[in-house]
Design a protein around this ligand. Structure first.
Ligand SMILES: O=C(O)CCC(=O)C(=O)O
Ligand SMILES: [Fe+2]
Length: 237
């Protein structure tokens, strides 16, 4: 099946927040309200466990010496700028937590739901069942945290990235594969939203220019801040 058929070219501008998958760019799909409040609360509880160790939440330091404002804890593989390791050698040297089985299942469901627009049933079932993420970056944005435009390119695989948001609403800037500047789409990601980027959008620049304080919905499990989980296939063994 061709890439065009798999990743429809229809561009829908993110101006409303109705439920249902919305294609932002070929292969990049936003599914508002994908997680129920109950699922969000359950994941927030797991987040509390992950941050208790063996590796704590930490703000990574980039090679130039700049420290990121977002703090991260990893599952499966530990990400540090710019590679994956099994031990958090830039934090405390401890082994990273295992990638949970439930998250593999959630990742498959995410791919299946996001690409349900325009992909034939058989191809979709195959794409989803093949999807086996083995690393997750669990980011926490507290007051004033942001993330600059970047590509997720430390993976040796072009499998999609699955992104889940819980807590405060943010502006997710989703750009192109060539430059970190325009053209890009600004997408509002709210608590419970899913965003999947794969295919022709897998290596698009993206970032979080702003998180909106005080926007956590009642019942999401988080009183302030934003949790983002990105699942990836590292292609490492
Ligand atoms: O917080 C987000 O939604 C994006 C996070 C991200 O791009 C990353 O962890 O690489
Ligand atoms: Fe990213």
């Amino acid at each position: 099946m061709s890439e065009d058929a798999l990743f429809p070219l229809t561009l829908i501008q993110p101006d409303t927040h109705d439920a249902g998958p919305r294609v932002i760019a070929p292969g990049a799909v936003h599914v508002p309200g994908w997680l129920s409040l109950e699922q969000q609360r359950w994941i927030v509880k797991r987040f509390g466990e992950w941050t208790r160790g063996p590796v704590p939440l930490r703000a990574a330091t980039l090679p130039g010496g700049h420290q990121m404002s977002v703090r991260t804890v990893c599952l499966g593989w530990h990400w540090q700028p710019y590679r994956y390791t099994r031990e958090a050698t830039d934090v405390n040297g401890r082994p990273v937590l295992e990638f949970p089985e439930w998250m593999v299942r959630l990742g498959r469901k995410a791919v299946s739901d996001a690409y349900s627009v325009g992909v034939e049933n058989d191809a979709l079932a195959q794409l989803a069942s093949d999807y086996t993420p083995d690393a997750a970056l669990v980011n926490y944005y507290d007051h004033g945290a942001a993330m600059g435009m970047h590509q997720d390119k430390d993976e040796r695989s072009d499998a999609p990235v699955v992104s889940l948001s819980i807590g405060e609403t943010c502006n997710f800037r989703f750009g192109n594969t060539q430059t970190r500047s325009k053209p890009y789409a600004d997408v509002e990601l709210r608590s419970g939203d899913l965003f999947v980027f794969g295919g022709p959008s897998r290596f698009a620049y993206h970032g979080i220019p702003k998180v909106f304080p005080g926007t956590c919905p009642e019942g999401c499990g988080l009183a302030h801040g934003r949790i983002n989980i990105t699942m990836r296939v590292t292609g490492l063994s």
